[in-house]
Design a protein around this ligand. Structure first.
Ligand SMILES: [Zn+2]
Ligand SMILES: [Zn+2]
Length: 142
């Protein structure tokens, strides 16, 4: 049986990747670092063995020490800024790809939520929020 391959790319397409086999886990994280990195209330990442992932393109890195005192590196496209993957010194043989950069993550789902205590209230829609299928024909009043 052929192993499944997950392909993905950044917004501008300069960075591309392939990951072979099923992810170890898919996690949604609400920590402050993920909030700032994503610009929204969480990230969703699929962890793979690093040797199962091949990447190409103008990746740039940003590293910091996490609140759990591990070394975290986030890699993003140097041209368009899309977050692509992260690594953590706690599990150096793995890397975590952003689920939103995948071409087709339809077979994957979030299995665990972490840093739930940091989840902003606006990261979940209230029942009364009006929704549109696509961008509505709306601009701010002058
Ligand atoms: Zn890009
Ligand atoms: Zn996080």
């Amino acid at each position: 049986m052929a192993e499944v391959i997950y392909r993905g790319k950044c917004l501008c397409g300069a960075v591309r990747y392939e990951a072979t086999g099923a992810p170890v886990i898919v996690a949604q994280c609400h920590c402050e670092e993920c909030r700032r990195l994503s610009g929204t209330g969480h990230t969703v990442g699929a962890m793979f063995r690093a040797d199962a992932v091949s990447l190409k393109g103008p990746l740039r890195n940003y590293s910091y020490v996490s609140s759990k005192s591990s070394d975290v590196t986030k890699a993003f496209c140097g041209a368009c800024g899309s977050p692509i993957y992260g690594t953590n010194s706690r599990s150096p043989e793995f890397l975590t790809l952003t689920l939103g950069s995948m071409d087709d993550a339809g077979s994957l789902g979030v299995q665990v939520v972490i840093f739930e205590r940091d989840k902003p209230h606006w990261d979940q829609l209230d029942e009364g929020v009006v929704s549109f299928d696509t961008q509505p024909d709306w601009t701010p009043e002058q």
